[in-house]
Each structure stands twice: as structure tokens, then as C-alpha cells.
Design a binder for this molecule. Structure first.
Ligand SMILES: Nc1ncnc2c1ncn2[C@@H]1O[C@H](COP(=O)(O)OP(=O)(O)O)[C@@H](O)[C@H]1O
Ligand SMILES: Cc1ncsc1CCOP(=O)(O)O
Length: 265
């Protein structure tokens, strides 16, 4: 498993897939830089009149509702109709779902286009369950990641999607299969958009890979190992952000394999 994950990281570095990001205004710059650092080619766009041309060119799509509005949602629908009919992989980040009924209704409508992967923090994943109201606090998590496991499994089976729950422990779920990653650093919570970065990296890893589950594990593992490695040297959240970008770019096989704490099953 660990060898395979490193090989996916290496492949991404050399294949330069084009990732179309329809994402929020907070993280556009940082996620574009993270994608470049791992070898992908990002484009951030949302205008309806160009979205079909860009979807045609892209190897995968990242759909993130962090700062949604009606025009953006219309463009997302157009792109996803096309991605769905041409079997293009795409990842959904339901940022802040549950915090407003508009977010919840939008996410439910986007889920109909069959995401390959859904990634969120525990509160966001719990909020995907239609049959229970979940206490929310904006874009932050109020729950431990293990508290979202039941919903994640249900959502994974219902939409035939891989689900990633982020937090102190990261989980990646594919129906009955489950992987746990115990890396990262608590300071990562103080950098806005690192969850969105995880989602964008998933978009890059699934772009040209036939194994969505392993690709999602590779993306989550890479970011959490990188965060853990550089947190020791960070003076605070701002330098942590910069150090993460550098380490995404130059992490070695030895560093990755020596630090990854992964449990399968
Ligand atoms: N308390 C923590 N301890 C260790 N790593 C963490 C912690 N919280 C978050 N992380 C790391 O930060 C990444 C982003 O997670 P998270 O902060 O939950 O996303 P979001 O921004 O969507 O809320 C995780 O995948 C994990 O690697
Ligand atoms: C603060 C904020 N507000 C709307 S989107 C956003 C960024 C959220 O990023 P993440 O979900 O990765 O913390």
C-alpha cells in the first residue's frame, strides 16, 4: 500500500493533469499553488459561457461551495452535467454544509451528478445525512472525525463515492473499506483552507488514475504527512502555510514512508 501511494505521488509529478477548480474566493490562490507544487496544472474559473470548453479540456473537476452564490451554482451544474455524461472524475467539498439551508439544498442537488469523491470535516460529512439535523459552526468542525463514520459509510454506498473525513485522524471510506491516517498537526486547523487544499489534491490524484480509493488516500496522506513534517519548524500558522507548499514540492520517498501512519481496515 505505502509503495503504491508513493508511486501515485511520483506519477502525478510527471503527468501534469489539468484541474478545473470551481472553488471559493478564500482559497483560490493557495489551492492553485498547492496543485502546482505537486505537479498538477490548475485553472480557476466559473463563468458560464466558458465552463463547457474548460470542462472538456480538464482531466478532473474540483467543486467547492465555500463562497457559493446563484451564478456560481448554475455554472457548477452546467459543468457537472457534462462531467457526469463524459465520466470525468470530480471531487465535491461541501464547505459549511449544514450552516444554512441554501448550502444544504445546493449540496443535495450537486450530489445527483455522482461525485467520485466527497471530502469534508466531520461536521460537514455528518450534515450530508438528510434525516438528521446537525449542529454547525460556519466552516469549522464541531465533531471528531470518527463521529462521522456512520454517515460517511452511508453516503459512500448511496452515491457510490469515496468519502474522506478530515480532522486529527483522517478517514477514507469506500463502502465497506476504510483507511485511517494518523498524521498532521493541530496547528493545521489555524491555516484557512487546508481542508480545501486536501480536496484540490484529491482532484489532482484522481485525474488520470483508475483507482479513486487509493488516489484519495495518497492525496490525504501526502498533505497530512507534509503538515506534520514542517509543523516542527513553523513559527505559527503563516509560516506553516508556506512550509507546506515547499514540502509538497520537495518531499522525498524516505520522508513520506518513514512518517506515514496508516491503518487499513
Ligand atoms: N487536530 C489535528 N491534528 C492533526 N492534524 C490535523 C488536525 N486538524 C486538522 N489536521 C490536518 O489538517 C487537514 C485538514 O483538516 P481540517 O482542518 O479538518 O479541514 P477543514 O479545513 O475542512 O475543516 C487534515 O486532513 C489533517 O491532516
Ligand atoms: C473561511 C471560509 N469561508 C468560506 S470558505 C472558507 C475557507 C474554508 O476552508 P476550509 O474548509 O478548508 O477550512
Amino acid at each position: 500500500m505505502v509503495d503504491n501511494l508513493w508511486s501515485l505521488i511520483q506519477t502525478l509529478r510527471h503527468t501534469n493533469p489539468l484541474i478545473l477548480n470551481m472553488t471559493n474566493q478564500v482559497v483560490m490562490n493557495t489551492t492553485a499553488n498547492a496543485l502546482l507544487a505537486v505537479g498538477a496544472s490548475p485553472i480557476m474559473a466559473h463563468e458560464e459561457s466558458e465552463i463547457q470548453a474548460l470542462t472538456t479540456q480538464a482531466d478532473s473537476l474540483v467543486i467547492n461551495i465555500g463562497t457559493l452564490d446563484k451564478l456560481l451554482v448554475e455554472s457548477m451544474r452546467l459543468a457537472l452535467q457534462q462531467a457526469h455524461s463524459s465520466h470525468k472524475p470530480w471531487v465535491l467539498d461541501p464547505v459549511g454544509v449544514g450552516a444554512s439551508s441554501y448550502r444544504t439544498e445546493t449540496v443535495q442537488s450537486l450530489l445527483q451528478f455522482s461525485p467520485s469523491v466527497i471530502r469534508g470535516n466531520a461536521t460537514e460529512i455528518r450534515s450530508l445525512s438528510a434525516d438528521k439535523a446537525v449542529l454547525s459552526k460556519g466552516v469549522d468542525s464541531l465533531h471528531r472525525s470518527d463521529e462521522a463514520l456512520n454517515t460517511a459509510k452511508m453516503v459512500s454506498l448511496k452515491y457510490a463515492a469515496v468519502v474522506a473525513i478530515s480532522g486529527a485522524t483522517d478517514y477514507i471510506i469506500d463502502g465497506e473499506r476504510i483507511v485511517r491516517i494518523e498524521n498532521g498537526d493541530p496547528m493545521m486547523r489555524l491555516v484557512t483552507g487546508l481542508g480545501c487544499t486536501a480536496t484540490a489534491l484529491i482532484g489532482a490524484f484522481i485525474a488520470r488514475s483508475s483507482t479513486v480509493f487509493e488516489s484519495t488516500i495518497a492525496a490525504v496522506a501526502l498533505l497530512s504527512v507534509v503538515g506534520e513534517l514542517v509543523a516542527k519548524r513553523a513559527e505559527g500558522p503563516a509560516s506553516l502555510q508556506l512550509l507546506i507548499h515547499d514540502k509538497l514540492y520537495n518531499i522525498t520517498e524516505q520522508e513520506f514512508k518513514d512518517h506515514l501512519k496508516i491503518v487499513v481496515g
